[in-house]
Design a protein around this ligand. Sequence first.
Ligand code: G6P
Length: 616
Amino acid sequence: MCGIVAAVSTDNVLPILMEGLKRLEYRGYDSAGVALVEAPGKLGRAREVGKVAALERLLTAAPLTGMAGVAHTRWATHGEPSQDNAHPHVSGRVAVVHNGIIENHQALKAELVADGYVFTSATDTEVVAHLVERELKTRGELLAAVDAVVARLEGAYALGVIDADRPDRVVGARHGSPLVVGIAEQGCYLGSDPLALLKVTDRFIYLDDGDLVEATREGCVVHALDAAGRRRPVVREVLRYEHDDMVAGKGEFEHYMLKEIHEQPVAVANALEGRLGSDRVLVEAFGPRARTLLSEARQIHLVACGTSYHAAMVARYWIESLAGVPCQVEIASEYRYRDVAAPPGTLLLTLSQSGETADTLAALRHARKCRPDRYIGALSICNVPGSSLVRESDLSLMTHAGPEIGVASTKAFTTQLTALMLVALGLRQLRGGDEELTARIVHHLRYLPTLLGDTLKLEGEIASLAKRFSDYRHTLFLGRGAQMPIAMEGALKLKEISYIHAEAYAAGELKHGPLALIDASMPVVALAPKDELLEKLKSNLQEVRARGGQLLVFADPESGLEQGDGMTVVKVPGCCRFLAPIAYTVPLQLLAYHVAVARGTDVDQPRNLAKSVTVE
Ligand code: G6P
């Protein structure tokens, strides 16, 4: 999704802007651009379709220098990916970069056209550039002009704006799209994600919705609206960013995704840190309101998108079976637009790696607005401290996965599952569930990082199988019980990065439709841990074999499943049935990764996808 970097400094800011754009590449984008105040009254701009490297080549041929600038990676919403549609958009002395969507752009455009403004792009953003330019004529100061403009904008936005006549400042605005201010000795920076700025600072102010910021070389002033709607300077806390050591680069790995797959033992250990007692989960360590929220919840609505939604689906199996609390799991883009019949005592549990997914945030706001009397509170499970979701929830359980760069989510998912198991056990403890089973699962959780480390040793075996898969056009994934959402996650990983069509089914549903697809050209991946459904699953596998389907089964060593004609079996280290969904995720990630590598796709930045979807 779109990324913003802006800077004002005592030195040329171009290298900082370009480094920032490279650090935002992981979010997914289709064009990039930069604009600088080259001298008082003079703006320089370069834009290019494709990768940041293409923009860099353009700048090598025709360099720009300046001590204030804005830069952007664009993920097309209004208007195709093209040079004209790429940001920054310029109007007179003003250059603007924008994330989000200006919903009333058509009405604003009509007004500007009537006023003589000429549009050169198909974007919604260009109206902002012209509006600021027009306001500057009467208001003189960039901050005042941007203030007047944001009052007229509807939709979601983060903005970075420069004025050629003021080479000493950059103005930013945030409303529904993330924006942070980075503070350093030599200057002040804006970024849609702190990762963009970690090369120059680890000190950040996370802006609130409605904030405007004026950044100069000396620092920044944040202006918020008071209760009467007047702009006032406010003091916002400066926070130190914790995870910079984990973004150093790809290290020995060819892709971020592979690095992140291999980081899972450490990431899961971090997610567990300080949260396990000798034979119970330390609910008090979740935060001050945890005990009340988890005790009072009579029903849980789990709401998320993408991979996070799959984690929510697994959690339903765990929470209902371990704690007996009824759960409803829903995709956020559906939940936000329907009349949800939430019974009194509902706990809203949102899950998001980024904490900035527009639909998930909207679902939280929808629940709060429509039936506040029905919800006892909002708990979020999130990987990004200071994100919008964390700030708007009553309680957040951080996953501590460290920054995830690969668009296809891996360690964020397994740490979400780990946090969800902690929640399930917490709910169980507070309801007086049998302590022996709790203690047993807690014991297994302690060994989970080791188990994941052992599971990663399957990589060589899976990599050689992957070559075979890369020629198929479709794949079916099967699982039962809590492995069914893991099958869905495996299918999602494969389609996201290898572009092979993949679908997942509860194995029991096979005979109700997908069996019609089975023939020798249809590979079927199945998950067979040792649990109460294993024998049922074996019958489903027979149904596939009888029709010539090619099986790849990830199975428990004691499952009794053996290699045979048309059936490849990969033995996954034996584990507790409750934690098997976490362990069985790893071979599916490795399979998708190695199939994608064999097919030569862009693993870390798959086509058309974005890491954090901050628009609807
Ligand atoms: C995008 C990403 C997915 C992610 C989903 C939800 O689609 O490409 O990997 O699962 O958003 O993101 P979130 O940050 O809310 O977990």
